[in-house]
Design a protein around this ligand. Structure first.
Ligand SMILES: Cc1cc2nc3c(=O)[nH]c(=O)nc-3n(C[C@H](O)[C@H](O)[C@H](O)COP(=O)(O)OP(=O)(O)OC[C@H]3O[C@@H](n4cnc5c(N)ncnc54)[C@H](O)[C@@H]3O)c2cc1C
Length: 414
């Protein structure tokens, strides 16, 4: 395999894929390196963990994604280090590749904020592997609880009341309400619980008060017990302790408590800002490292007015496409332009017929069934691949009408 390229992109998430597609369209010789041979759609990982949809609906192979771009090459390998001065990338197998321009789009990983026991005992939810691990843990714990004639139920604590925590807790509560009685037993479901906990006073911090109130009400109606306003200080195999001295027993603790830049960026030597991310220039280049771009969850990006952008799929995707155009300008003697983000707003799913959405820069608010439909529409469009879209739609319809889970096989985690 060749070892020199015009561009190397590290990481094939939303940002990396968008960058490679745009570079491929322009005929730029680009190498994408990812530790997996597939792109994963993070926003639906909680649905994989709760067996609403299957792994194949949230993944698509890079070779399939880029088959029409003759100038794009894919390498499945874990990047061990990058040299931002020499423009080289070295894999954990010891292979080194060089490019005129490097793009670091290796995403984020769970930030446990040094909470004792969290890394060892909690389940993060940032990859397909994480989702399969969590799903298997839930199935095995339910199996064990059913075997136990004690019937103590399964107790789950979700740490972090942001969109990921809300969606995960809502989906688990729905399983306890509709699925576990059917596939296990009504008694097991009745004795089980899901808590959503956070140190901040309310769920969905970035959303409006109206959306927060709606989400709180719907979560509670679905059976989620909320404990807000006290941080988790200790995570054990059998539960969590809070700063206010109280504790909750749990067999499973899900960590949706925060993100930090992934190890590749942390080890790059680039100066790190909030969340370990790189405070990139307005044109998405890394300060002090000519020919290096940092994108998506690995970067602190700003819009055209200097406002910090959140860690969202739409920000990463738009940044990938924008960076590719700037790279093309670099390679052809053009001028780079500052990233002009088109704000599409936020949304979060709570459960059956219940979601919140705040759309566009004006934050047009929707709650309830309309937001639920908007959420479905946006996620179908964002999913990569028509097969994946159709299959997800069939799974959602089946779930909505029958609560069937029998077609979803989780497989075993890595
Ligand atoms: C559970 C969950 C739910 C979410 N829900 C939403 C939502 O509803 N809407 C929304 O807009 N956003 C949502 N997000 C956020 C969104 O998914 C991220 O902002 C987006 O994925 C960031 O894209 P990225 O390309 O920067 O990184 P990622 O998508 O994380 O991609 C990073 C890639 O880098 C690869 N990589 C990492 N390290 C290495 C290495 N050492 N070597 C090789 N490859 C490596 C990974 O395999 C991965 O493919 C959610 C995120 C999560 C985790």
């Amino acid at each position: 395999m060749e070892t020199s390229f015009q561009v190397i992109v590290v990481g094939g998430g939303f940002a990396g894929v968008a960058a490679v597609k745009e570079l491929g369209r322009k005929g730029v010789k680009v190498l994408l390196i990812d530790q997996h041979n597939y792109h994963q759609f993070q926003p639906l990982l909680y649905q994989v963990a709760t067996a609403q949809i299957g792994v194949s609906e949230v993944t698509r192979t890079f070779r399939g994604l880029f088959q029409r771009y003759r100038s794009a090459t894919v390498l499945t390998a874990k990047v061990a280090s990058v040299d931002v001065a020499a423009h080289t990338v070295t894999t954990d197998q010891g292979d080194t590749f060089h490019a005129d321009i490097l793009v670091l789009a290796a995403g984020a990983e769970a930030n446990y904020f040094n909470t004792p026991g969290a890394q060892e005992n909690a389940y993060p939810l940032y990859s397909v592997t994480d989702a399969v691990r969590l799903g298997n843990a839930m199935v095995h714990t339910l199996d064990a609880a059913q075997r136990d004639s004690g019937g103590g139920g399964v107790h789950i604590v979700v740490v972090g009341g942001g969109p990921t925590g809300v969606e995960t807790a809502g989906a688990i509560a729905e399983n306890f309400k509709y699925v576990i009685p059917k596939y296990f037993s009504p008694e097991l479901a009745a004795n089980s619980s899901v808590h959503l906990v956070d140190m901040v006073p309310s769920v969905l911090t970035p959303f409006s008060d109206k959306s927060k109130a709606y989400a709180t009400k719907r979560l509670q109606e679905a059976g989620v017990v909320l404990k807000m306003g006290s941080g988790v200080t200790d995570v054990r195999q059998d539960g969590v302790t809070f700063a206010d001295g109280t504790s909750l027993p749990a067999q499973i603790i899900v960590w949706a408590g925060g993100l930090k830049a992934g190890a590749v960026v942390a080890a790059s030597g680039l100066e790190q800002g909030r969340g370990g991310r790189i405070d990139v220039n307005p044109d998405l280049t890394a300060p002090g490292a000519p020919g290096v771009y940092v994108l998506g969850d690995a970067a602190n990006m700003t819009d055209a007015h200097g406002v910090k952008l959140p860690q969202l799929g739409s920000c990463a995707q738009q940044a990938g496409k924008w960076a590719a155009r700037n790279i093309h300008a670099d390679l052809t003697g053009g001028t780079r332009a500052p990233f002009a983000y088109v704000d599409k707003g936020y949304m979060a799913m709570i459960g059956r017929g219940a979601a919140v959405a705040e759309l566009g820069p004006k934050r047009i608010q929707m709650q309830g069934p309309l937001a639920f439909l908007a959420w479905l529409g946006v996620h179908v469009v964002l999913l990569s691949g028509n097969r994946q879209r159709i299959s997800a739609l069939v799974s959602w319809a089946d779930d909505y009408l029958t609560h069937s889970r029998s077609h979803v096989v989780l497989g075993n985690p890595d």
